[in-house]
Ligand binder design. Structure first.
Ligand code: ADP
Ligand code: 5GP
Length: 207
């Protein structure tokens, strides 16, 4: 069944950022939200993983137990949910509606299962894939980030291979950004979104 809950409050077109863990999604989206703070809003997902140092409950994720998350899913509160690297992740309807209610471009940072599931809904986002220059660089960035245990790192690298293959499937993503030099990747991401950014700015200027 197609989910139209999020369409009911439709404002600007949402944006999905996807790609392997460690590719630079959070880094790029933080830059975007800093430069355009009155244009974008982040869809705060739920997760059962533990917060990393510096992450804040309600800002980066809603950190919940498996029981709480499952109850929410059973209750129909989620647009999509997935198991990634041993933890549950999901986008709640409330998370997207909170951003859309402010007439902001809603950004979803989700894995490939999320992309597949969002494609079954009426959300109609722009799909952007953030890719690392190589597996070697991805591994180095993930290790240098120092957020993962060796076990979690290996799971993420394994998932990354599948995510990279997925991004090559024709028609899945509208834009693919290879995050080699950060400023260049950021420029490409911004360019891909410029039309939507300008639409939101215009609407705000005239209201
Ligand atoms: P993701 O959100 O996709 O898991 P992050 O944004 O956390 O990835 O990036 C992974 C690590 O790589 C972080 O430590 C980040 O600072 C670093 N990083 C991101 N982009 C670049 C880049 N272009 N060059 C070098 N390091 C980068
Ligand atoms: P991390 O633990 O590094 O924050 O995220 C791990 C993976 O989960 C990333 O690929 C991220 O995009 C994905 N993710 C984060 N939130 C969600 C969500 O709500 N739904 C789905 N399907 N994936 C998510």
């Amino acid at each position: 069944m197609r989910d139209s809950t999020t369409k009911a409050m439709a404002g600007p077109r949402p944006v999905v950022l996807s790609g392997p863990s460690g590719a630079g999604k959070s880094t790029l989206l933080k830059k975007l939200m800093k430069e355009y703070d009155s244009v974008f809003g982040f869809s705060v997902s739920h997760t059962t993983r533990n917060p990393r140092p510096g992450e804040e409950n309600g800002r980066d994720y809603h950190y919940v137990t498996r029981e709480e998350m499952q109850a929410g899913i059973d209750n129909g509160e989620f647009i999509e949910n997935a198991e990634f690297s041993g933890n549950m992740y999901g986008t709640s309807k409330a998370a997207v509606q909170a951003v859309q209610a402010k007439n902001l471009i809603c950004i979803l940072d989700i894995d490939m299962q999320g992309v597949r599931n969002i494609k079954q809904t009426d959300l109609d986002p722009i799909y952007i894939s953030i890719q690392p220059p190589s597996m070697e660089i991805l591994e180095k960035r993930l290790r240098d980030r120092k957020t993962e245990s060796e076990e979690s790192l290996q799971k993420r690298l394994h998932a990354a291979k599948v995510e990279i293959a997925f991004s090559k499937e024709p028609g899945v993503f509208d834009v693919i950004v290879v995050n080699d030099v950060l400023e260049e990747a950021y420029g490409q991401l911004r360019n891909a979104l410029l039309e939507e950014i300008n639409k939101v700015k215009k609407t705000k200027a005239s209201s």
